[in-house]
Design a protein around this ligand. Structure first.
Ligand code: UDP
Ligand code: MN
Length: 637
């Protein structure tokens, strides 16, 4: 208050005012300088010249419109946003988009919405080095005073993650090196192509977005990055306007491109792409953190084969406490049928055998879509993202199919690790009209363009896809693209890239499973909830939980869940391609594993029993087809 009063009286005398501002600035600079470099400082040292050190702390930078190629419908639009930056930053001269600005070191400009009251928080919790090294930072919100509790809850709701805690951790933290032994030696930056990094965001929290950019800065070999393009896809939060421009001006390689209205992530990424100049493009979600050495392994395969597309291992950043849990070394991305949703599996035996060492990249039939590197050459050949797709969903499946079908492949160099916040829900969905149906329309486009006669395997779990929900729109351009670049048929993809797939009704054995002892009853998964128990139920002929497929890998699957042996019984588990408990043999009507057979007992429960060949162990399936020769089964390893 005192300082404010002083300032307002000084305002009449401009010279003195200016002097005061300069003095304040020097004071704050000094404080921050000593704080940041003081003993026990938690900040990591700046590596290399990616972002010059002096610019990092207190910077005088230029804020100007990003360079652009093509599309002129979209422009930078900070004028519509309020300033909202702290006192120090008011020392701004803005002439036609160029500004001289002074920054407040690592602290976000204020006032930021939902910024914790640090005086209060510091008294209640030890926040020194909160989240350091990627560790979780937990607080009990019950201990906060009511107004802080309110902030905590509002922030969580708005962001679908714990923004309050994220803000305490701050815009920058050190991350430990989680790579397997041998990774650092395996990859070098020599001779690698440069990449442009594209990060689209819509109403992203300040601290998560900035922490991503800082993590890129801190953990990337500088010369590998040509530019970082932040694409603001129609955010409505003021602090993502001018304050973001000001903050990012310290990073000479960062450009901000703003869409004048929400475009949806496919079109927004394409917009960002129009500003890129490097031979490789790397996409990241706006709430990631990049671990040390993350980039070299992504670029290395692309240096020799422009049709390889790489995705990092995605580690989960906990949305409650921002602890980064390093996941399993090897996960494979797949697409689930009939929903066309993306899912994870352990590597199938076929892939395990192909990989000669633990450090060798693993190949995936599909990718999650948010994080990947692709050469400009292949991205252009594939026609980039489908401009007919809206908002969110399906674009990763389209990319996955065409990457494989048009001569390339998707692989995850397991030495590349990037953290990602998995949200409790999509917070921007309220902002985007039609967000809920967009995904299905996008899927329909994928089905029409890429799936040939496998089209019939797309649908809803339980009910057939209705016409109203199946709205691909005009796909003629995309069909022509597929013909022009001579991509392989979808059957090739299934046979060679994804032979372990469980297509409902297309198993080696498929249909209803009836038991000899109870001819009117059918085996029924009963629920798609994991851990549930299958039972005998009146046959209804509607498929769903009574449709079972034995895959070429020998899993027995219904509604994407597989029949698993647990504690002498049978239960319903997520298929993983690697567990022997999920593997069966079907021969002479017996569904067995070694000497144990699937049996209906006296109380009509489905259990495992010693094989005797009695009627209650005899099962019949409706259909049979020959095996795909490309599958390597667990037993064959
Ligand atoms: N996104 C966007 N425009 C949209 C929807 C999403 O730019 O209309 C961005 C979003 O901010 C995020 C990325 O696209 O950086 C992926 O979205 P999200 O993280 O919600 O997907 P998820 O990780 O949940 O699959
Ligand atoms: Mn995301």
């Amino acid at each position: 208050m005192f300082i404010l009063k002083m300032l307002s009286s000084f305002r009449r005398r401009r010279g003195v005012y200016f002097l005061t501002v300069v003095l304040l600035w020097v004071g704050v600079t000094y404080l921050m300088w000593t704080h940041l470099d003081g003993e026990g400082s938690s900040w990591p040292r700046i590596r290399g010249d990616f972002f010059p050190r002096e610019e990092y702390r207190i910077a005088t930078g230029r804020v100007g419109p990003a360079k652009r190629h093509g599309d002129n419908k979209v422009h930078k639009a900070y004028s519509s946003k309020k300033a909202g930056v702290g006192d120090v930053e008011r020392n701004v001269k803005d002439d036609a988009g160029n500004a001289t600005v002074v920054f407040r070191g690592d602290l976000p400009p204020e006032p930021m919405p939902n910024e914790p009251d640090f005086d209060v928080v510091r008294q209640l919790f030890n926040i020194t080095n909160a989240g350091d090294g990627g560790k979780a930072f937990k607080i009990d919100p019950q201990r906060l005073p009511p107004e802080e509790q309110m902030k905590y809850e509002t922030a969580f709701r708005k962001n679908a993650m714990n923004e309050y805690v994220s803000n305490i951790i701050g815009v920058r933290r050190r991350l430990r090196d989680p790579r397997l032994e041998g990774c650092a030696e395996r990859y070098s930056s020599a001779g690698l192509p440069q990449t442009s990094i594209i990060i689209c965001f819509v109403n992203e929290a300040w601290s998560t977005l900035l922490r991503l950019v800082h993590s890129i800065h801190d953990n990337t070999t500088p010369h590998l990055v040509k530019e970082v393009i932040l694409v603001d896809d129609g955010s409505s939060w003021d602090f993502l306007g001018r304050p973001l421009d000001v903050y990012m001006a310290r990073f000479p390689k960062v450009q901000i491109v703003r869409a004048t209205k929400g475009l949806g992530l496919m079109v927004a990424r394409t917009l960002g792409y129009n500003y890129t100049t490097a031979p490789v493009i790397t996409f990241l979600d706006s709430h990631c953190e990049c671990f040390p050495g993350w980039l070299e392994p992504l670029l290395t395969p692309l240096a020799t084969d422009p049709k390889v597309v790489t995705t990092p291992c995605i580690d989960s950043i906990d949305r409650n406490d921002f602890g980064i849990g390093v996941g399993p070394d090897v996960l494979v991305g797949v697409v689930e049928f009939p929903t066309l949703q993306f899912g994870w599996r352990l590597q199938p035996p076929r892939e395990k055998k192909r990989r000669k060492s633990k450090l060798e990249p693993v190949r995936s039939p599909a990718m999650a879509g948010g994080l990947f590197s692709i050469t400009r050459e292949y991205f252009d050949l594939l026609g980039g993202f489908d401009p007919g797709m809206k908002i969110w969903g399906g674009e990763n499946i389209e990319m996955s199919f065409k990457i494989w079908m048009c001569g390339g492949r998707i692989e995850t160099p397991i030495c590349s690790r990037v953290g990602h916040v998995f949200h409790s829900h999509s917070s921007y969905r309220g902002l985007r009209e039609g967000a809920f149906v967009a995904g299905e329309a996008n899927n329909a486009r994928v089905v029409e363009v890429w799936m040939d006669d496998y089209k019939k395997y797309y649908g809803h779990y339980r009910r057939p896809m209705s016409k109203k929900r199946y709205q691909p729109g005009d796909v003629s351009e995309r069909v022509m693209l597929r013909e022009r670049i001579r991509c392989k048929p979808f059957s090739w993809y299934i046979q060679n890239v994804y032979p372990e797939v469980a297509l409902p009704g297309d198993g080696v054995y498929s249909g209803e499973i009836r038991n000899e002892a109870f001819p009117k009853k059918c085996l029924d998964m009963m629920t798609s909830k994991e851990g549930g128990h299958p039972a005998m139920f009146d046959c209804h002929g509607q498929g769903g939980t009574q449709l079972f497929d034995m895959t070429d890998l020998d899993e027995i699957v219904s509604l994407n869940r597989c029949l698993a042996r647990v504690h002498g019984g049978v239960s319903n588990y997520k298929s993983n391609w690697a567990s022997r408990d999920h593997i069966w043999e079907y021969k002479d009507k017996l569904i067995r594993r070694h000497n144990n057979c699937l049996t209906v007992n006296a109380t009509q429960h489905v259990v495992m029993g010693e094989c005797s060949g009695k009627k209650s162990q005899q099962w019949t399936w409706n259909y049979h087809r020959p095996r795909r020769k490309t599958v390597l089964r667990i037993e064959e390893m």
